[in-house]
Design a protein around this ligand. Structure first.
Ligand code: SF4
Length: 435
């Protein structure tokens, strides 16, 4: 039987606000104080390395590189899992105190106790982005599907609420879990008062059926990288498919802003939406002008593009939306819906909350082997005193350079054309043997 093509939303980039983030001027930097992790998530870019904890001096040096090369509103601390670093509270304090930036911790939450969360909050932490999904095989949660894991998500969201911290949730989306995305969106809507953001990261694989991979002129075994090959995830996902899925259950869902690809401007590498609603009801989604005004005004007033708002501000949607009414159609629609809701039951107290929804489509490889990266990558990290895409750091650590994909027939032709001279100059270059 022939497989039916997945449904994809017909999105045009010109209908949305192109986020103004660049390498030098961005919302965030991505700090990795360790590569150690206490879980293994499928699709992770990072190799667990037991001896990778950085000292406070090394962390300070990374932060100095960031502040020299990049204007930023905040720092995402990631890894590995940053909570396994024994000095994580000092690192958060360094980011917020010494460097005066917002600090977000990206964690699987496994090592998080209430006492540690309190210490981190006292050190100035803004909030957490929890990575929770069914690919992790978490102790106590093995074999649970995406929806069953919502109980755990809610536990962390409530802990954050108690401490006044923001809470967002990452999930890697695979072809076999994509069906759960609409239900996760429903869950996020039902808890919009404590869930400030949802992030869907589309899984990434090597495509060794289509490409050969090279580093420093030599063919490499791409299996050495941690993420899976196409055998495990044969079908690639893209942001348009996730949009179509969400619209099936929530037709008013519409993104407002995006980052395109470095090679293909027709791809949506980051696709942002801003939902306005109350628990159990979506009033609507903000439009492109909303995000344009937020980013531009923030840069004008503070000199930085805005990364995260405080949970308090996000819970004042009916007030914070007012200035956008003359400019933004999406906000007007949502406010009308809010007003209808109030008229229907005026005796009930109402609050309108803002929740961000982000779809991230990581590096994809073009037909000619070029890598299509997020154009204006917010997650650049520091490696050897330079900024580098965090999703490709492991290539640097393993081979000292980014690896290159070469379509299979080209790889063979290149070596057949000039084998002897190249090999004489580069004796480490192994001849290609086609499978
Ligand atoms: S380029 Fe890589 S590190 Fe940067 S945002 Fe995209 S996926 Fe993340």
């Amino acid at each position: 039987m022939q497989a039916t093509a997945p449904l994809k939303a017909d999105l045009r980039s010109t209908d949305y606000y192109r986020l103004p983030w660049t390498i030098n001027d961005n919302i965030l930097g991505w700090l990795e104080p360790t590569k150690r992790c206490n879980l293994y998530c499928e699709g992770c870019y990072s190799r667990n390395d037991k001896k990778s904890d950085k000292s406070l001096e090394q962390v300070r040096s990374d932060l100095q590189v960031f502040t020299r090369l990049r204007n930023m509103d905040g720092i995402s601390i990631a890894g590995g899992d940053p909570l396994v670093h024994p000095q994580i509270v000092d690192i958060v304090r360094m980011v917020t105190g010494e460097f005066g930036m917002k600090c977000i911790l990206n964690t699987n939450g496994l090592a998080l106790t209430e006492a540690l969360a309190r210490d981190l909050a006292a050190a100035g932490l803004h909030g957490f982005t929890f990575h929770i999904d069914s690919s992790q095989g978490r102790p106590g949660w093995k074999d649970k599907n995406e929806l069953e894991l919502c109980e755990l998500r809610l536990h962390y969201a409530k802990l954050c609420q108690k401490l006044g911290l923001s809470a967002a949730f990452n999930s890697t989306v695979f072809p076999h879990t994509v069906q759960h995305v609409p239900a996760l969106m429903d869950w996020a809507r039902d808890h919009i008062d404590v869930v400030h953001g949802m992030v869907f990261i589309l899984f990434r694989t090597m495509r060794t059926d289509q490409y050969d991979y090279f580093a420093n002129g030599a063919r490499i075994n791409a299996d050495e990288l941690v993420y899976y090959d196409q055998d495990k995830n044969p079908r690639e996902l893209e942001a348009r498919e996730i949009v179509a899925r969400i619209r099936q259950s929530e037709p008013c869902y519409d993104p407002c802003a995006y980052l395109g690809g470095t090679k293909d401007p027709n791809t949506f590498k980051w696709l942002l939406a801003g939902r306005l609603g109350r628990p159990g009801k979506t009033y609507g989604y903000v439009g492109r002008r909303y995000m344009e005004i937020v980013q531009t005004a923030s840069h004008l007033l503070t000199g930085k593009y805005l990364a995260y708002s405080s949970p308090k501000l996000l819970s004042l949607g009916q007030l914070t939306s007012l200035p956008f009414l003359p400019f933004d159609e999406g906000t007007r629609r949502a406010m009308k819906e809010f007003a209808r809701d109030v008229v229907r039951a005026p005796w009930k107290a109402r609050r309108m909350y803002f929740q961000s929804v982000v779809i991230i489509q990581p590096i994809d490889v073009m037909a000619d082997g070029e890598a299509n990266m997020c154009d204006g990558c917010p997650d650049m990290t520091v490696h050897n005193g330079e900024l580098h895409w965090s999703c490709r750091l492991d290539e640097r650590l393993r081979w000292g350079c980014n690896i290159h994909a070469v379509p299979k027939c080209q790889a063979a032709e290149a070596l057949v054309a000039a084998p002897t001279r190249r090999r004489a100059k580069a004796p480490h270059l192994k001849p290609v043997t086609e499978p």
